[in-house]
Design a binder for this molecule. Structure first.
Ligand code: NDP
Ligand code: ZN
Length: 178
């Protein structure tokens, strides 16, 4: 990576850490929210061998518009059009009822940009791993299974984006225990 790419990725992680600073994951230990975007960057770079800087920055920023007060204009002014457009592809419309949002993710997955597809794949891998090792505190086995089934339907629309990440996802489906 060039010096400017390294700087931009560090800026994205620092920006996300400020935006998510008061938020926690849903596991019993209430882990810091920022662990999740950082886990996506790690999975993409070190397990998917993804080095594209827009993809890695978008992964760090993927939940900022959806879950914090961050606006698209704010992202554009710091990270530019391309990274912002990837983050927007990864942002659910929270004015819609939950079941509609979930169905839209399944419908939209095959039409996403290659960069957004990679981040989506890493997001589902990270959330399945969380559900196996540090699940939301109040989830039954049935609720976990429903999430696995939904994530599988989204991921079916992402085939052909990255063979390493796709086999990590299918191995998670095979080895899951709860
Ligand atoms: P939720 O939004 O309720 O919770 C899952 C989301 O929470 C993840 O996608 C992740 O989103 C975030 N998250 C935070 N902490 C954790 C953690 N420790 N482990 C895993 N995820 C965490 O579920 P969904 O709305 O995504 O529902 C998915 C499926 O479940 C759908 O098929 C839906 O229909 C079904 N469902 C079932 C319900 C039931 O009661 N049986 C209720 C609601 C939905 P992020 O990456 O954005 O942080
Ligand atoms: Zn996420």
């Amino acid at each position: 990576a060039s010096p400017n790419e390294i700087k931009l990725l560090v800026r994205a992680i620092a920006f996300a850490s400020e935006k998510h600073s008061t938020q926690r994951r849903k596991d019993a230990a209430e882990s810091p929210y920022i662990n999740h975007p950082i886990a996506l960057v790690d999975v993409l770079a070190n397990e998917g061998n993804v080095t594209n800087i827009e993809t890695l920055c978008a992964a760090a920023l993927h939940d900022t518009i959806e879950d914090t007060a961050t606006t698209a204009d704010e992202l554009k002014s710091i990270f530019g059009e391309k990274i912002t457009s990837i983050v927007l592809e990864l942002t659910d419309d929270k004015s819609l009822p939950k079941h509609v949002r979930k169905e839209k993710q399944i419908e939209h997955a095959p039409h996403c940009s290659p960069e957004a597809k990679l981040v989506k794949l890493a997001d589902k891998i990270c959330n399945l791993r969380n559900i196996i090792t540090a699940p939301p505190a109040d989830w039954s086995a049935e609720r976990k299974q429903e999430y696995f089934d939904w994530a599988t339907r989204v991921t079916n629309g992402l085939r052909g984006s990255n063979s390493e990440l796709e086999s990590i996802f299918s191995n998670l489906l095979k080895t899951k225990k709860f």
